[in-house]
Design a protein around this ligand. Structure first.
Ligand code: BGC
Length: 255
């Protein structure tokens, strides 16, 4: 097992890519700090699944847009397992609103959950990794939209653009400590964030047609990449983003 005995924190671990990542890291031998926000019952079910996979697990309720809550996530890891080896900044939301109609509240919510949480999560985890020594891995679940406009989802694109530069800048700053910071840029994935599209047959057909591989990803396909990036095989990757998008960013009708 690639991650035997490692301690991993996953923000937003109760659904979508976060949930798939929790289970994949557990399969690979990691102990998990499972962050949930509003769904303790979901967290309990997932805790049981992680235990079945043989991993240690502790649940921590936290609103990752708040610094004090992020502190509890990191201290929860240290109390339960004595250290932090891997942080996956996964929690994310989108509003599907344009620059013309995004409210201040929507803007602030998206930036706080997607970007502020990743910034301060990185800061707190990196401080702990430096204290304990031996380096670490920080994996930012970004999006193709860190680099590729999504009209009608402007605040989300901004937050992911910020995450792109967080990955690059923190990756450079933390490299001397052996802490590798890598972004994962998924395209369209079958998760709750995409529920509206997934439930609309015509929209889903259009989306599938725009993807060279012809289909949206399953969350597990992203989770396996995260597990790889957390392990020894990815020892020379930092300050960059790995896109797992079925080719969507390069799609061309060839006209
Ligand atoms: C967004 C989805 C979008 C997908 C592909 C994701 O990052 O959350 O709303 O469908 O990118 O464009």
């Amino acid at each position: 097992m690639n991650l035997q005995g490692k301690v991993a924190i996953v923000t937003g671990g109760t659904s979508g890519i976060g949930l798939a990542t929790v289970l994949e890291l557990a399969r690979q031998g990691a102990n998990l700090v499972l962050n949930y926000h509003a769904h303790p019952e979901a967290a309990e079910r997932i805790e049981a699944r992680v235990r079945e996979l043989g991993g240690g697990v502790v649940k921590v309720q936290a609103d990752v847009s708040k610094l004090g809550d992020l502190e509890r996530l990191v201290s929860g890891a240290v109390e339960a397992f004595g250290r932090v080896d891997i942080l996956v900044n996964n929690a994310g939301v989108e509003t599907r609103t344009s620059v013309l109609d995004t409210t201040e509240e929507q803007y602030e919510e998206v930036m706080a959950i997607n970007l502020k949480s990743a910034f301060f999560g990185t800061q707190l985890a990196a401080r702990q990794m430096i204290r304990q020594g031996g380096g670490g891995r920080i994996i930012n679940i970004s999006s193709v939209h860190e680099d590729w406009p999504m009209p009608g989802n402007t605040a989300y694109c901004l937050s992911k653009g910020g995450m792109r530069m967080l990955t690059r800048t923190a990756g450079v700053e933390l490299a001397p400590h052996g802490i590798l910071v890598v972004g994962v840029g998924p395209g369209a994935v079958a998760t709750p964030i995409n529920r509206a599209t997934m439930n609309d047959e015509a929209q889903l057909k259009k989306l599938d047609a725009a993807i060279p591989l012809g289909r949206v990803a399953e969350p597990e396909e992203i989770a396996r990449l995260v597990a790889f990036l957390a392990g020894e095989g990815a020892s020379y990757l930092t300050a960059t983003t790995v896109f797992a998008d079925g080719g969507i960013m390069q799609g061309s009708v060839g006209l």
